[in-house]
Design a protein around this ligand. Structure first.
Ligand code: SAH
Length: 306
């Protein structure tokens, strides 16, 4: 399982880049992709650039060329719900393009003509993980679920933000989420968007955005880091004392940033039986989810976690 992580701007991906290990870099369509391990998971990180076209191209490449199974957008947004403040966090229930407007021809606001689908629901499991991760950040940090609007517009106007709230009952507005969401839906991949408020999309938005983007990016990062550690299948290493290959497996997992639990088969008959159930005799046996491998072989271990 590989997770795609997208931010639109440098500030939104900076902390991930610092934390990632053994990163391989590839550039496609002008976007740089960083493959590596983060929070015990195989991830592909990228900066899409601002706007829906950039976000769409980036998401499709993540799926086609990098084989990601799920996508998380991490970043900042302007608050639309009147009770949301700078620093608060919105986890997407769904995403809509607010600038898709074919209302003169009788379509609904946000509706993509000739389709019944223009509201893109986030994956419920990812939403739940993000909310739980957010709740662990501390009581003073306000995390809500809600609709996220996207449009190729930086909203910085009180009347406009009020109209968006009334029209779409949204929580926040930004410039990429609904594009990521639609591409994921078209490819049947689960997604979630995690946005912390950098501004209130009002007359002060341009000033607040500059001031609070760093803080807001940090908050989204903290949530995604937590949720990924929950998502990751923690490895189990069945081993014995003095086994050289067992040590090599543990060193490999540590270098990859993959969490693991050690089970010494000499201390428990049950552990030996677990190894046998996977069809193996002897150690080391490394287990990830429902897959297992005996011995130390980096290429084979890599497959267990990909
Ligand atoms: N990097 C440029 C442009 C930023 S555009 C700059 O520094 O000026 C704003 C980015 O933040 C977009 O990626 C968008 O998703 C998000 N965003 C934050 N507040 C927003 C708002 N009020 N309206 C629209 N997008 C907003």
């Amino acid at each position: 399982m590989r997770v795609g992580i997208i931010g639109a701007m440098d500030e939104e991906i900076a902390l991930y880049l610092e934390a990632m290990q053994e990163t391989k870099t590839t550039t496609k369509a002008g976007i740089t992709y960083y493959e590596g391990t983060f929070s015990g998971r195989q991830v592909v990180l990228c900066k899409s650039g601002v706007g829906k076209v950039n976000a769409s191209v980036c998401t499709q490449i993540l799926i086609d060329a990098f084989g990601v199974d799920q996508v998380i957008f991490t970043g900042v947004a302007g608050a639309v719900h009147p009770e949301l403040n700078i620093g608060d966090i919105v986890v997407s229930t769904d995403c809509v393009q607010h600038d898709m407007d074919v209302t003169p021809l009788g379509f609904k606001p946000g509706q993509i003509p000739f389709t019944e689908k223009w509201i893109w629901e986030a994956d419920q499991h990812l939403v739940q993980l993000a909310v739980e991760a957010g709740q662990q950040l501390g009581e003073d940090i306000h995390v809500v679920t809600g609709r996220i609007l996207s449009g190729d517009q930086f909203v910085a106007d009180r009347e406009k933000v009020k109209a968006l709230y009334e029209e779409f009952a949204a929580s926040c507005t930004e410039m990429e989420g609904a594009a990521v969401a639609q591409v994921c839906a078209m490819n049947e991949k689960p997604f979630v968007v995690v946005r912390s408020m950098s501004d209130k999309a009002d007359g002060s938005a341009h000033v607040n955005f500059v001031e609070f983007t760093k803080l807001a990016s940090q908050r989204s990062y903290a949530i995604v880091e937590q949720m990924l550690s929950k998502l990751s299948p923690k490895a189990i290493v069945y081993s014995t004392k003095g086994c050289v290959d067992c040590e090599l497996v543990k060193q490999w997992l540590t270098a990859k940033g993959i969490e693991f639990e050690v089970r010494d088969v000499m201390t428990s008959r049950a552990y030996q039986e677990e190894v046998e159930r996977f069809g193996f005799m002897g150690v080391p046996v490394t287990v990830a989810g429902d897959k297992a491998f005996k011995g130390f072989h980096p290429d084979e271990l890599e497959k267990l976690f990909s």
